[in-house]
Design a protein around this ligand. Structure first.
Ligand code: HMG
Ligand code: MG
Length: 344
């Protein structure tokens, strides 16, 4: 069997601050969102989806969009994108000087209605002026095809339906197409078929994969996409997220897990995995839970073990406070160390 030919470099777009935090039941302070973006760029991410300009009645978690955008200390070479469902959202994006707007149309009619309260055709028409205005202001337009691997309400989505939405999004001026497995049901064979359909219309330089990991298939789906030459993926720090309109869907594949895979394949990302793990531990501490990343938890446990002289493996990192009486410390055993914030 011949070996697949992989891209030499892969670009990751961290969508955790938007796609991840939009789904959190608990409020997350704007200052913590800003800190997360700072840590992601410090770790080497060059594309970050920061927030969305959507209705705060629909998604209250993103109501602080302007505050977050204003608070970021921007680094040259980093592209800051925001999700915009309509012209009102675009005006917010423009005012906040976003570099890129993200529009999204579903390949599933029922999902489109639940997510943005209109049909697929109506959504495309709503996005047309957004794409035109973005171009007029020199902003890039990234378009996501939601439910490209299946939908929460209709189940299977046909290849023709995906191809049709891809074509329509290109027709209104989208620069980039992301194939999104919104509910994380896709498997490698189907992902290959969907990507091949998209590749009929979209150059590889402007095609990406956006895989939620509900069924644990996201890494395999990325691997399948890599073999086709796809080299841009949306990922989410600490595996944050889900979609408020796709019940049960979990977060995007964790950025940490994807970086580990890619570096293992000898593919460069420009990302420092240790700093990335710190960023994931930071936001996980804010949320009071462990990162949803096998790699992150393994590396945090390894760090803790490295600091402990005892012969027993330390427990992995767990930010949840344990409500038990404080035990008498043993002089020969260190508690599992919590991650220290990176210096500088
Ligand atoms: P609607 O209720 O049909 O809109 O919502 P409307 O035009 O009738 O406006 C209703 C109210 O919302 C009005 O305010 C508007 O001003 C306001 P009122 O007069 O009642 O006080 N409004 C807005 N406010 C702030 N920003 C805006 C905005 N637009 C209207 N942009 C709408 C339609 C699209 C606004 C709504 O359905 C919405 O905001 N939906 C957001 C859905 C969302 O964010 N979903 C998650 C993101 S998509 C996703 O995660 C998928 C992706 O990750 C890829 C994948 O995995 O598939 C991208
Ligand atoms: Mg998503």
């Amino acid at each position: 069997m011949s070996h697949p030919i992989f891209p030499t470099h892969v670009t990751l777009v961290d969508v955790g601050p938007r796609d991840g935090l939009q789904n959190e039941a608990q409020p997350v302070a704007a200052t913590d969102k800003i800190e997360l973006v700072h840590r992601l760029q410090a770790a080497g991410l060059r594309e970050i989806e920061v927030t969305s300009y959507v209705s705060p009645k629909w998604v209250p978690q993103m109501a602080d969009n302007a505050q977050v955008m204003a608070g970021i200390q921007r680094q040259p070479g980093v592209r800051y994108s925001v999700l915009t469902p309509n012209m009102k959202g675009f005006e917010g994006a423009l005012a906040s000087q976003a570099d890129e707007v993200v529009i999204f149309a579903a390949a599933s009619e029922a999902f489109s209605q639940r997510n943005i309260n209109c049909s697929i055709a109506e959504s495309i028409e709503r996005f047309r002026p957004v794409a035109e205005a973005a171009k007029a202001h020199g902003m890039k337009v990234r378009a996501a095809v939601s439910c490209a691997l299946g939908g929460p309400y209709e189940g299977e989505v046909s290849l023709d339906a995906v191809e049709d939405v891809v074509q329509r999004l290109l027709d209104i001026g989208s620069d980039h197409i992301g194939i999104a497995d919104t509910i994380g049901v896709g498997t490698a064979g189907r992902v290959t078929a969907v990507m091949e359909r998209a590749m009929k219309h979209v150059p590889l330089a402007e095609l990406s994969g956006h895989f939620h990991d509900t069924y644990g298939q996201a890494l395999t789906n990325i691997y399948a996409s890599l073999t086709l030459g796809v080299h841009i993926f949306d990922t989410s720090i600490a595996g944050l997220g889900g979609c408020p309109y796709a019940k049960g869907a979990t977060g995007n594949v964790a950025t940490e897990d994807v970086v580990y895979l890619l570096h293992g394949l000898g593919i460069t990302t420009g990302i420092d995995l240790d700093a990335l793990v710190d960023a994931g531990a930071f936001i996980s501490n804010v949320l009071g839970r462990k990162p949803v990343s096998r790699v992150s938890n393994a590396l945090l446990a390894k760090r803790a073990n490295a600091r402990c002289a005892c012969p027993f493996p330390c427990l992995p990192f767990d930010p949840t406070p344990v409500p038990t009486p404080t035990p008498t410390p043993r002089s020969d055993h260190h508690e599992p160390a919590r991650p220290e914030p990176p210096t500088g």
